[in-house]
Design a protein around this ligand. Structure first.
Ligand code: NAD
Length: 257
């Protein structure tokens, strides 16, 4: 089913930890050539690359995707290394801190929107020519998968209005891009995680975690490994070539939209 991922050229932003790292590992195990990305120095990233199976075709690229210039050079460097891009996964993102509406200032606004919106818009913009060429040359679809959030659907937790709003924008950008780029055979799908046990929740004490678990039908946080197959499915033309413009919720029943 996923044999078509062998040799596919895939850029995964934010893949040094958590959800992105597990998705990248699963794609590399399926035989894809994966450009790993994070904001950390190449030295630190060596420890990340060592977590991949022996023989995995992975290389690390550093860029702070809050900057449009950095998004451009990330895409160009990854495409040069891979010889193109067949699949883009926009996963880099994060809460960027918590602030109630009355505490939001320009610096906080820019921080959250640059991280979650500018990154997705600019990385995708610069990847489009490669994705278009991939589809033209292969006769199959190329694919963009972005990490959205349950917060896009229910608004986000306390102090996370900009985060929830920015993820809602990610969901909606895809709906627009389906209209613009389906003629080019590029698919756009979103994975919307629920509450996944990563560094994202490191600010929470056990009491808070227990309270959140009580809101999840399965009674527990999910793991990054439980998210990874969603990205593999949406990356594969064979498996999901007729799936575009969709949001795949992976949330243990925390919300059933
Ligand atoms: P994480 O903190 O483990 O991973 C975040 C990744 O983004 C890391 O690889 C990090 O290097 C990268 N990153 C962060 N800021 C960056 C920057 N300025 N430039 C470049 N890279 C940067 O957290 P995670 O939970 O794995 O988050 C991955 C994605 O999933 C994010 O988009 C997050 O918003 C989303 N998400 C997470 C949850 C959850 O419960 N964990 C729920 C919904 C959505």
């Amino acid at each position: 089913m996923f044999d078509d991922l062998k040799g596919k050229k895939i850029l995964v932003t934010g893949s040094t930890a958590g959800i992105g790292l597990e998705a990248a590992k699963s794609l590399a195990s399926a035989g894809a050539r994966v450009a790993i990305h994070g904001s950390r120095s190449a030295d630190t990233a060596q420890a990340v690359l060592e977590q991949f199976e022996a023989g995995a075709d992975v290389a690390y690229f550093q860029a702070d995707v809050r900057s449009s210039d950095a998004c451009k050079s990330l895409v160009e460097s990854a495409a040069e290394h891979l010889g193109g891009i067949d699949v883009l996964i926009n996963n880099a993102g994060g809460l960027g801190g918590r602030n109630g509406l009355e505490s939001i200032d320009d610096a906080f606004f820019d921080q959250v929107l640059d991280l979650n919106i500018r990154s997705v818009v600019m990385v995708t913009k610069y990847a489009i020519p490669y994705l278009r060429r991939s589809a033209e040359q292969s006769g199959e679809t190329s694919s963009v998968i972005s990490t959205g959030s349950i917060a896009a659907r229910e608004g986000g937790g306390p102090g996370a209005s900009l985060y929830g709003g920015s993820k809602a924008m990610v969901h909606n950008l895809h709906r627009n891009w389906v209209k613009e780029f389906t003629k080019d055979n590029i698919r756009f799908n979103t994975v919307a995680p629920g509450t996944i046990d990563t560094a994202f929740h490191e600010d929470k004490d056990q009491g808070t975690r227990d309270k959140i678990s009580g809101t999840i039908a399965m009674g527990r946080f999910g793991s990054s490994a439980e998210l990874a197959p969603a990205y593999v499915f949406l990356a594969s033309h064979t498996a999901s070539g007729y799936v575009t413009g969709q949001v795949l919720d992976v949330n243990g029943g925390q919300m059933c939209p």
